[in-house]
Design a protein. Structure first.
Length: 430
């Protein structure tokens, strides 16, 4: 491929909108542990879906880049600058699970990618596939998409280790400048400290992205999940800024709980579900909020009342895995890290490297395959995504699954990683 061909095969972005050439270059990181095996199955499935949908008129040219343990062995770097450059250049990429370095260096490769590329949305759609054993009575009621803020909150890594010189300096400064607040510390010796930044700009771009997704996918409800009753100037600010944003930028399309409070106070109406009924009657998207602990309970008891959730980083971390557990586990839960302004997006397996299963052809590639389906939709290749998801769902429904799912499915046909991918491809070809 010459330089002209390569330039013509790069996704372009203008005003947050992607222009995807029919032949497009997609960088990938195979990953560590089980990564190479689940990536091989995923690549085979994606290529078959694209070929089946478009008959050769569209094509993905895969470009391997490196991060993690394999990268360290090859280059001496856990996350080479060339890898970051590739994702910046080609805009859309995909990755398997990565080893986290031990004993220093990068705190987390996944976090480093998100921060360095400013991928401010962690997108986690969670839905049930018929045939998968689940621990709840009605997993089919779960169809929830989480927009988790990806660059702020406690996950930013701003911490001071207990007993360190930095911790001592911070406490000295804090005690001097904010003596009344410092009195709240019960213990001051051997004290670990973490900072929780939540900004207006960070909140607004996340909620804007969640709102646009809600509109584009014809969803009915956007829920702001927060702990603003306790952390009033971080989580509480997230809530207020979120409502401000949707009322200011999407006013004609939404009806919010905050607006309902004014009507309710004037009318004396107290029914908890009346606000949603009012929104539906007006043909508007209902934007509400739920405190984090209540949200965990409600997603178990009434998951059907949620469509899209926007939340801070740590809340989203907990909620996305908890919801995945309701439909069978993170092994069938996709994920993506996206900057909707620059267009840069990395789609990823949401589980770990599982080194004890590496090389045994038994790992479940569904998380990465489903992330690839998300990637195809992000690119606008919906026909290929539809074919892929139908074939995957069909294989699971008849019990053609890998060992982790086969253990809980009566009369299942247990398949290896590669064989599972081949089964999905066979369904697409039919």
């Amino acid at each position: 491929m010459n330089h002209t061909d390569q330039a013509n095969n790069i996704i372009q972005v203008q005003d947050g909108k992607l222009t995807v050439p029919n032949t497009t270059i997609i960088p990938f990181i195979a990953g560590d542990g089980i990564g190479p095996e689940i990536w091989a199955a995923t690549q085979m499935v994606v290529d078959t879906a694209v070929q089946t949908a478009y008959g050769g008129t569209r094509l993905i040219q895969w470009l391997q880049v490196y991060a993690g343990e394999e990268s360290f062995q090859l280059t001496g770097e856990w996350l080479p600058a060339a890898t970051l450059k590739a994702f910046e250049t080609y805009k859309v990429g995909i990755k398997g699970p990565l080893t986290t370095p031990i004993g220093g260096g990068i705190r987390s490769l996944n976090v480093a990618l998100r921060k360095d590329l400013d991928l401010y949305v962690c997108l986690r759609p969670v839905r049930y596939f018929e045939g998968i054993p689940a621990p709840v009575c009605h997993p089919e009621k779960v169809d929830i998409t989480i927009f988790r803020e990806n660059t702020e909150d406690l996950y930013t890594g701003i911490e001071f280790a207990a007993g360190s010189e930095d911790a001592k300096k911070f406490m000295e400064m804090f005690t001097q400048e904010f003596p009344k607040m410092a009195e709240k510390f019960r213990f001051t010796e051997e004290l670990g400290i973490g900072l929780k930044p939540v900004s207006k700009a960070g909140t607004e771009r996340l909620v804007r992205a969640a709102m646009n997704y809600t509109i584009q996918n014809k969803k009915h409800t956007l829920t702001l999940v927060h702990k603003g009753n306790i952390m009033k100037f971080t989580e509480g600010a997230f809530l207020a800024w979120g409502y401000d944003l949707v009322e200011r930028e999407f006013g004609d399309l939404v009806f919010t709980d905050r607006q309902w409070a004014t009507i309710r106070d004037a009318s004396g109406e107290t029914a908890a579900n009346q606000a949603q009924k009012t929104a539906q009657a007006a043909g508007k998207i209902y934007v509400n909020d739920v405190i984090t602990d209540a949200a965990f309970q409600k997603t178990l008891i009434k998951p059907e009342t949620f469509d899209v959730i926007a939340t801070t980083n740590l809340n989203g971390d907990y909620m996305s895995d908890a919801l995945a557990a309701q439909i069978g586990g993170i092994g069938i839960s996709p994920g993506a890290n996206i900057n909707y302004d620059t267009g840069i997006a990395i789609f990823e397996a949401t589980h770990g490297t599982a080194p004890i299963h590496a090389g045994k052809n038994k790992a479940n590639p569904s998380s990465l395959i489903l992330s690839a389906e998300l990637m195809l939709r992000y690119m606008g290749w919906n026909e290929a995504a539809d074919i892929l998801i139908a074939a995957l769902a069909g294989s699971i429904k008849v019990g053609e699954v890998t060992y982790d799912l086969a253990r809980g499915v009566e009369h299942a046909t247990q398949l290896g990683t590669r064989e599972f991918g081949l089964a999905i491809c066979s369904r697409m070809k039919k």
